[in-house]
Design a protein around this ligand. Structure first.
Ligand code: BGC
Length: 479
């Protein structure tokens, strides 16, 4: 059923992007290489051997991007900072003022247009220099990330009031250090490295939160969180308790792994502790492969997010399955199988199902699980495999139905939803899939050196939703 109504008054309407996916200028003005620069430069790694070397050339197109945002009439823009553009070798001993200027111009331009910047500190493009010392597997990263974040708060925090530490850290740990599909492509210690990496990432997140809290919050008065990505899941057989449990386990492994410690008790979800612990015991290991936080660490991690940031794309059907004990892996530990998209990136885009009602259920799950936190949808959108989809009716349908389910969650279910953000402002570099899937509200011509942007029909549709702050019942029907 379609539901008419509007969102709360101060609702944030936005679009999203990330540094590596749009900026280009990969070695411009002293920028250091990131792990994604190096990975994409090796032929065979990315679909069609695409790279982010130029991407949408946003590094040279601040004015164009601001123009698009202004025309959409969004009141927020979520983007990420390229760590190696600011600290070319990852450390604050080398500050690249050109990089800082770029973000200053962008942020100032947003504020002049009354657009709230929502800034992600790390959206996967780690400086190669820090990978050289082990990347997120090295506990020193807690200090190094803190020093980068501290610099960003100090430099941009007078104007940026909405911070996210990590975007979808699950893919850093899982794809970067377990399956090895993503850089740094580590696959020699599956089922072990993945948990150690998240352990460090969570400490790094908490550390940065406390830095903000202690040094900046009083004057800057912003909020800080982390962004998770969770698919909604339904048990294959809703009357089989094992499938219901497997579905819950999925949500805990994909999202709760990060948000249970942060929003609840400083510790991993019971479902994970139990499953990884039990399997480790059966594997005759001396202790669980899931590391343990000390009481002090739990206290430090608990409560380190002011708002809940969620990326939502799809839903799946989940079934319990007892998996082999060896080889160890994050996926095997979950003891489940899913129908539709079971891997990332999905081999065929078509397997990513549009399941709008999954968003409403997921929002309600978050509300129940974490005690009704303020929620921002920081990504939602659809990728279409077509070079010229300016006439993108299917995207309009995707957005219309998802926004409507978000509206129901807000108005009918009492979910404390504060914002909605579309992935993406424009077509961009889609990681392993290169430029093939197009997620943009704006079409980008990647064959033209000027990278011209053209609004799709969905951009016009979205600006109308924003203008009306939702979908009010047309007046003639309102009786
Ligand atoms: C990521 C984006 C990506 C999008 C679509 C999300 O998981 O945060 O960087 O472009 O999915 O593939």
């Amino acid at each position: 059923m379609y539901f008419y109504g509007t969102f709360p008054e101060d609702f944030l309407w936005g679009v999203s992007s990330s540094a590596y996916q749009i900026e280009g200028g990969w070695d411009a003005d002293g920028k250091g290489p990131s792990i994604w620069d190096n990975f994409t430069h090796i032929p065979g790694n990315i679909k069609n051997n695409d790279t982010g070397d130029v991407a949408c050339d946003s590094y040279n197109k601040v004015d164009e991007d601001l123009y698009l945002l202004r025309a959409l009439k969004v009141n927020s823009y979520r983007f990420s900072l390229s760590w190696p553009r600011i600290f070319p070798n990852g450390r604050n001993s080398s500050i690249n003022s050109y990089g800082v200027d770029y973000y200053n111009r962008l942020i100032d331009g947003l504020l002049t247009r009354n657009i709230t910047p929502m800034v992600t500190l790390h959206h996967w493009d780690l400086p190669q220099a820090l990978q050289d010392i082990g990347g997120w597997a090295n506990p020193t990263m807690v200090d190094l990330f803190d020093s980068f974040a501290d610099f960003c708060f100090q430099t941009f925090g007078d104007r940026v009031k909405f911070w996210m530490t990590f975007n979808e850290a699950v893919y850093i740990s899982w794809l970067g250090y377990d399956t090895g599909e993503f850089p740094p492509n580590i696959k020699d210690n599956p089922g072990i490295a993945v948990y150690n990496v998240t352990h460090i990432i969570l400490k790094a997140h908490a550390r940065v939160y406390h830095t903000y809290d202690q040094k900046y919050r009083e004057h800057q008065k912003g909020v800080i969180s982390l962004t998770i990505n969770v698919d909604w899941v339904e048990p294959k057989n809703p009357s089989d308790p094992r499938d219901i449990e497997a579905a819950d386990r999925f949500l805990q492994f994909m999202g709760g792994w990060f948000t249970h410690p942060v929003f609840k008790n400083g510790d991993y979800p019971d479902a994970m502790k139990w499953k990884v612990g039990n399997r480790s015991e059966l594997q005759k290991l001396p202790s669980s492969r899931l590391p343990v936080f000390t009481e002090e660490e739990k206290d430090y991690i608990r409560g380190t997010a002011d708002v809940f940031c969620l990326n939502y794309y799809t839903a799946k059907i989940i079934q319990h399955k007892t998996t082999r004990l060896k080889p160890y892996s994050y996926e095997n530990d979950q003891e489940q199988v899913s129908e539709f998209d079971s891997s990332w990136p999905p081999s065929a885009l078509e397997t990513v199902r549009a399941v709008p009602w999954g968003l409403r259920r997921l929002l309600n799950w978050i509300k129940e699980e974490y005690g009704n936190p303020p929620i921002y949808i920081t990504e939602n959108g659809v990728g279409i495999k077509s070079k010229s989809d300016v006439d993108d009716t299917s995207r309009i349908y995707y957005l219309k139905t998802h926004i409507n389910e978000a509206l129901k969650a807000s108005r009918l279910d009492g979910v404390n939803l504060r914002g909605y953000t579309i992935w993406s402002l424009m077509d961009n570099f889609e990681w392993l899939r290169g430029y093939e899937p197009r997620f943009g509200l704006h079409h980008v011509d990647f064959e033209n050196p000027n990278r011209p942007r053209t609004p799709k029909r969905s951009a016009i549709y979205y600006s109308e939703i924003i203008r009306q702050n939702g979908v009010p019942l047309p007046e003639e029907e309102d009786h």
